[in-house]
Write a protein that binds this ligand. Structure first.
Ligand SMILES: C[S@@+](CC[C@H](N)C(=O)[O-])C[C@H]1O[C@@H](n2cnc3c(N)ncnc32)[C@H](O)[C@@H]1O
Length: 280
């Protein structure tokens, strides 16, 4: 069977189901302050034309739409029909007429231009480069979509294996190993930020800044539910896609429950690298 041009929603390793959408919304909320700082530093403001690359259900898109205002524009590109339908509904409900969406596969389709001007002022890409089989192509497409002087902002992992629980629990370590295995099996690379600066420079951008984002959370803190929540949502998904057994899944979920009840527990998050690059 050939690879279809637009893959079905089911093909994406993390899925597009309701629990994943809820997780993406929570994830955006706990990272929002860092994201707003990154966008501000990159000059995204009122009137900016911004491309949201692999926008998912568009939690960042909606924030960007508020920031750029009516005189600006946000174009959300994404492969999942389901995610884009959600975004379109929410944009309409909130009265955002400055959001456009394009359903496309970043590996197969060109990126759309802004409705005004030769290229976007900025492109935002978070946790997407880690899923595409050819991140160099992604970097080149994003570079082409920007105007000269336009800025690309990435939040991608450079050290996913820092994702662990202290005191160490073998089940959580095994969960992280399953993530590495399944992303790589679909052509992705969790530690993609390690090569992004090289790929961006080769695509005609100059690196403006890099910043590691390393965090840790204890039970009861809001942030705890980011690493713990991913374990809880992705473990059934790993079983569903046949990567692991039901019994394995139960052991992982039990381990995260037990860790949550232990006041000594610390969840260390997978380390993100913020990369800001400018088109020359
Ligand atoms: C972890 S989600 C991140 C979504 C969003 N950027 C955010 O930060 O909330 C990864 C997204 O990349 C999209 N994606 C993965 N590969 C893609 C491709 N080849 N073309 C278009 N979208 C893709 C998925 O459908 C999913 O919405």
């Amino acid at each position: 069977m050939g690879i279809s041009h637009h893959r079905s929603d089911r093909d994406y390793v993390l899925g597009t189901h309701d629990a994943e959408i809820e997780r993406l919304g929570f994830q955006h909320a706990v990272w929002r302050d860092e994201v707003l700082a990154a966008w501000g530093g990159a000059g995204i403001g009122r009137g900016s034309r911004v491309l949201d690359v692999g926008a998912g259900p568009g939690f960042a898109t909606l924030d960007l739409a508020e920031i750029v205002g009516d005189v600006g524009e946000v174009v959300a590109v994404e492969r999942s029909t389901r995610f884009l339908e959600l975004l379109k509904g929410e944009a309409q409900a909130r009265g955002h007429r400055n959001i456009r969406t394009a359903e496309l596969d970043l590996m197969h389709d060109p990126l759309p231009p802004p409705s005004v001007g030769a290229g976007f002022d900025a492109a935002w890409c978070r946790w997407v480069a880690c899923f595409v089989p050819d991140p160099g192509l992604l970097a080149r497409r994003m570079a082409e979509a920007l105007r000269p002087g336009g800025t690309a902002v990435f939040h991608e992992y450079h050290e996913y294996a820092t994702y662990r629980i202290l005191p160490v629990r073998a089940e959580i370590t095994a969960f992280v190993e399953a993530v590495f295995e399944t992303w790589r099996a679909q052509g992705g690379e969790p530690n993609i930020a390690r090569v992004l600066p090289r790929l961006l420079v080769d695509a005609g951008l100059e690196i403006v800044s890099v910043r590691p984002l390393a965090r840790a959370a204890r039970p009861g803190e809001e942030l705890w539910n980011w690493p713990a929540g991913f374990v809880r949502v992705n473990t059934p998904r790993l079983v569903e896609i046949g990567a692991r057994t039901v019994a394995w899944g139960e052991s992982v979920l039990k381990a995260v429950d037990e860790a949550e009840r232990d006041p000594a527990s610390v969840f260390i998050t997978p380390t993100v690298l913020e990369i800001v690059a400018r088109k020359i």
